[in-house]
Structures are given as C-alpha cells and as structure tokens.
Design a protein around this ligand. Structure first.
Ligand SMILES: [Zn+2]
Length: 618
C-alpha cells in the first residue's frame, strides 16, 4: 500500500521534470498528499430522506510521507463537521479548523495530527443542498412509492458528501456501512450483494485502490436482475427486464475488451439504472456503472454508452488522470476503446458511423468554444473543473489515438495500448508521463513515423491538427446524397429506402439538414418529413432531441407540444441543454423556456440546475 502511494508521488514529482506543464499539486484540492495521505476510507453513514442528509463518520488509515507533518488536510463542501478523533494509543479528540469556503474548491479542513496518530475519524453531516447528492421524492421516481438518492462525485463533488483528500492523484480502498430506511436497498461502487437482507443496514468493500471521485452510492427501491457472466442490472423494478434486454451484449463487450486490453480487474460489472432526472449519460463508478434510462431504446441503438462506461474499467478507473487538466487521458482513451468494443460486437459499419457522428459533432462544437479550451491538456487552475467536460477531451482525444493507430497500424498500436494499461494499472497518469511512455514504447521502436512536435501539437496546441483523421462512412454518404436529391426535387421521400435505417442514419440525416435555407421552405420540408416519418413523435430520445433542435432552429412550431413534454421528462444534460440554449436565443423562446423550466427545475439534478439557471438567466 505504502509503496504504491509513494510510487504515485514519485511519478508526480518526476512528471515535473519532463514538462513545465505538468503540476505536482492538483489545483482543485487542498490536500497535503505529499505530507500525509489516506490509504483506506471507512464510511459509517445514515441516510435520512426527511432531512436530506447523510450523517455519521469517515475514518481514514493514514500514511505519513513527512515525519514532521502535524496536520491532515482534507477537502469539504457544505459539510457540518461535528468533531474529529484520532487513534494513537486509543481514540481521542483532536482540534480542527474549517476554513471559510471558496467558491470552486469548497472549505479546507485542517486536522491537528499528534505524532502517534494512525487513524483519523471525522464526524459530520451533509447539507440538503450538497452538490454531489440528488434526493428524489417518490413522485420523481418511476415506482412513485419510495424515494431515491444517488451520488455524483466526479469531478470534485465527493467532498460535498465525504470529507476527503479529493484529488485523482490519490488512490485508496474503502469500506462502508450504510443505514437506510428499512424498505430501501443500497448499492455502492464496490462489492454488492444482490441477496443482502433488505433490513436497511448494508455493508460494502471496495478492495481495489480507486481515486476519490469514484466513490459512489445509490439508495432506492432497487432490485437486481442477473445477465450473462459477471454482468447484471440494478434498478427500479419497472426497468429491469427492458434494461437487461437492451444491454444483453454487456458480457460480450467485457470479453472483447479483455481480449484487446487485458483482464477485467474489477470482478463484477453491474449497471445501476438511474432515474430519468439523471443529468449525465453514465458514470463509470467501478463495478457498478450508473446509466441513464434514456438509452433504453428497445433496439440496442444507443448501447455505445455501455461500451463507453465499461471501457473506463481500463482507461480512467485503472489508469487515471492525475488531475482534471488531463481529463482527456480518461475520456479520450475511453472514447477510443469504446469504439473498438463497438466494432468488435456490432461490426465495422456501425463503429464507423458512430465515429463519424461524434467527430462531426466535435467540429460543430469547436466553433462554440473558447480557443484555450480546445487543447487536450487544459490548465484549469482557478476554474471549475466541470468546464473541462466538452467534446474536446472525449472526441479530440479519441481522434488523437485514432491518428496514432492509423500511423502505426493496429498490429503495433493495440499491444502498445494494452501494455500501457497493464504497466500503469491502479496508478495516476499525466500528459507528460503519457508522452514519455509513448516515446519509449511506440515512437522509438518505430522511428520516423510520427515526430515529437506532432505529439506536442496534439496534446498542447489548440484547435485540430491539419492531418487529423476525418472519420467517414459510405452509408452516411448515401444518406446525404439522398437528402440532397430530395431537397433538390430530384426524388421524393418514398424513393429513399429508410425502412432499415438505423438510429445513426436518422441522426445523420436530421443533423445535416441545411442551415442556409429560406425559413418557409425549410418548414415545408420538415412538415413533409413529419408526415412521412412522424419524427416529432419519435420514441428514440436521441432522434427526438436532434429533431426538436432542428424544429427550434427553423421555427417549426409543430414540435412545441412534444418539446413541452420532452424537456421536463429528461434530466440528461446532453439531451436538454442544447434545446434550452436554442430557445434562449430569442425573447419569445426564452419566455417559453422559463415557463417550461420553472416547474421542471425541482426534478433536475443540482448540477443541471446550475447549468440551466445560467442559460435561462434564472
Ligand atoms: Zn467517460
């Protein structure tokens, strides 16, 4: 344990030597890791749905790196600290100082550490407004009978429900005892027992060292349905069968990923189905991915999300970005691995379409971003690390690895990436350290293929390199040709063979409808499309999203009744933020958006509320 902590620290110190861009100290944590770090967390918490609080204690096994260290510093946000004890000869109270909160970082908690202290126990209570917790009333769940609680710790929200050294430069194991109302069931990013007696008292162990942002908890009227191999689904009863059918290929995905990138190291891979208000697509909590129900489409068309969260079992959870400046190491690598899994399980054509859709999306998004935010490595000091979560770390990062794959060929690149995961398993990684490893293990072995200048351009420069891969698909070319012929009046809609179109083809067709067309003509075209395909009523959440967005852009009013139902029913920001944003571009639209938003707001996640409040000036 100690050896590994030391190795992380040594790696961080080393990375400074390689690049002035790498930082040894995470700008988003107050923790004094270099002096004292925690190697194991034990949580003992009571979940109170009436008060909307967690209360109890967090206990740490600590490791001193500096013998003279006299304090243990942890991150907190909106926590009430009741008392702190330390274990030397025996448990005794110690003094602590909770600093005034800082807007982004929260409040620094400094705990006095006697020389003989081996453990620290912090008694605390969370705030009902804790940024990392969402408390749902029974009304906000599908079953309507029981409340639901879930956590979202990434990037720096774990400190709002656990006082902790909240930096991904740290890794620790954890155990927990969680007490809930008797009729509810608790699950964590840990070893879960689906047969545990439902008595409101649950125990968990995460035996692997994880970064703090992967500590996760879900509580609700949860049940379990096993799938093949080591996979299964937790969730409210209504969705178990549908989710198990939708995600039936999960075990196949695990096997494919193992073949490419080495053994799955986490034991089970289960999925927790989140309530509809879940603000994200998924969260790669180890052993238990949290997944939005918006991808249960009935035809497996959106299961690339499962491939994505599963891929994090290698990139992110096993090899982890050392701080949020290097988020691309988690998300870009994961997006690349995700697409490789999709190719193996669902075939090359689908993988190509998904790559093409996401890279086209990135090119559109780049036009809306500040130039400084378009490099893979971003210096986020002084900024909220939430800001890092654009398409850049995901898709530009994916394209970077795709570029390397194309340059070196899969026969060289695949073993390299597999070895990268194996060599850095359960460690943190920085851009500088990645480049050093890349040079020694791929570039130097195949000299003259890619220059170091090129690598630095990809990682540190803004915008897209001129020779970036441009994923395309023959199937998409056909879709666009049909679209152009139809718009030009050469063919009618019934001449287009849409019967077997996949969701990807529909998305490509809809998002590529021309921007520059007279409004009236465009509305007529949308009316024709609706008459032929009933897109306004699409039950596929992605298709509906793309169509509603086009409708708003072209003032196609027939979508409005659906829009008013769609927006409050979904909490996933990817699907609702662009619609609110588009509405907010006109005074009439903004007024409508606020009218939809105000009653819907309590059902959204705190982090979604923050984003949408800003867009709508609320
Ligand atoms: Zn991800």
């Amino acid at each position: 344990m100690f050896k590994n902590i030391f190795a992380i620290y040594a790696a961080l110190v080393m990375s400074v030597g390689f690049s002035g861009n790498a930082m040894a100290k995470d700008a988003h944590s107050y923790a004094n890791l270099d002096a004292v770090s925690s190697r194991h967390l034990h949580l003992d918490l009571t979940v109170d749905f009436d008060q909307k609080t967690l209360s109890g204690y967090a206990e740490y096994d600590i490791v001193r790196h500096d013998a003279a260290a006299s304090s243990f510093i942890v991150d907190t946000r909106d926590l009430t600290i009741n008392r702190v004890e330390v274990l030397g000869e025996n448990w005794q109270p110690t003094t602590f100082t909770l600093a005034a909160p800082e807007a982004i970082l929260g409040a620094k908690l400094t705990i006095a550490l006697p020389d003989d202290a081996q453990k620290v126990r912090i008694y605390y209570r969370t705030s009902p407004e804790a940024a990392g917790l969402q408390w749902l009333t029974p009304q906000q769940t599908a079953g309507k009978k029981h409340p639901y609680l879930f956590t979202q710790s990434q990037p720096i929200q774990v400190r709002s429900w656990i006082p902790i050294q909240d930096t991904p430069a740290l890794r620790l194991t954890y155990s927990a005892r969680i007490k809930t109302p008797k009729d509810l069931f608790a699950v964590m990013s840990a070893v879960n027992d689906p047969d545990a007696v439902r008595d409101g008292d649950y125990d968990f162990i995460m035996p692997h060292k994880i970064p703090p942002y992967l500590v996760a908890l879900g509580v609700g009227d949860l049940h379990f349905k096993a799938m093949a191999g080591n996979t299964g689904i937790y969730g409210e009863k209504y969705i178990l069968a549908a989710a198990a059918a939708e995600f039936a290929d999960t075990f196949e995905m695990v096997k494919v990923a193992e073949k490419l990138y080495g053994p799955y190291q986490w034991g089970r891979y289960d999925i927790l189905m989140m309530p509809p208000s879940y603000p994200m697509g998924g969260m790669e909590n180890p052993m238990l991915s949290f997944i939005t129900p918006t991808v249960v489409a009935g035809d497996k068309s959106l299961v690339d999300l499962i491939a994505h969260e599963l891929a994090h079992s290698w990139s992110g959870n096993l090899v982890t970005n050392g701080d949020w400046n290097d988020l691309w190491l988690n998300e870009g690598t994961t997006s690349y691995v995700e697409n490789r899994i999709m190719e193996e399980v669902f075939g090359l054509e689908r993988a190509k379409m998904e790559k093409a859709l996401s890279s086209q999306g990135l090119l559109r998004e780049l036009k809306t971003l500040e130039d400084v935010d378009t490099s893979l490595y971003v210096d986020l000091a002084g900024r909220d690390p939430e800001k890092a979560f654009s398409g850049v770390p995901y898709i530009k990062g994916q394209l970077f690895l795709l570029y390397l794959e194309e340059k070196y060929g899969r026969e060289a690149f695949d073993p390299f990436l597999k070895q990268y995961f194996t060599a850095h398993a359960f460690q943190s990684m920085t851009s500088a350290k990645f480049i050093t490893y890349l040079k020694a293990n791929l570039m130097d072995k195949h000299p003259g293929v890619v220059s170091m200048d090129k690598i630095n351009e990809w990682v540190y420069d803004t915008g897209m390199p001129d020779d970036s891969p441009r994923p395309t698909s023959d199937i998409f070319a056909r879709v666009l040709q049909d679209q152009q012929d139809w718009l030009a009046g050469k063919i009618s809609l019934k001449d287009i063979a849409t019967t077997n179109w996949t969701v990807h083809q529909w998305l490509h067709f809809i998002t590529n409808l021309p921007e520059e067309m007279p409004e009236k003509m465009m509305r007529d075209r949308m009316t024709q499309l609706d008459e032929a395909y009933n897109l306004t009523a699409s039950r596929n959440n992605e298709i509906a999203h793309a169509w509603l967005l086009q409708g708003l852009k072209h003032d196609y009013q027939a979508i409005l009744p659906r829009l008013k139902v769609y927006l409050p029913s979904i909490g996933r920001l990817k699907l609702i933020r662009p619609l609110y944003k588009q509405l907010a571009t006109t005074p009439g639209g903004l007024a409508m958006a606020r009218k939809i938003y105000r009653p819907a707001r309590p059902g959204y996640h705190p982090s979604a509320q923050k984003v949408l409040d800003k867009i709508l000036g609320e």
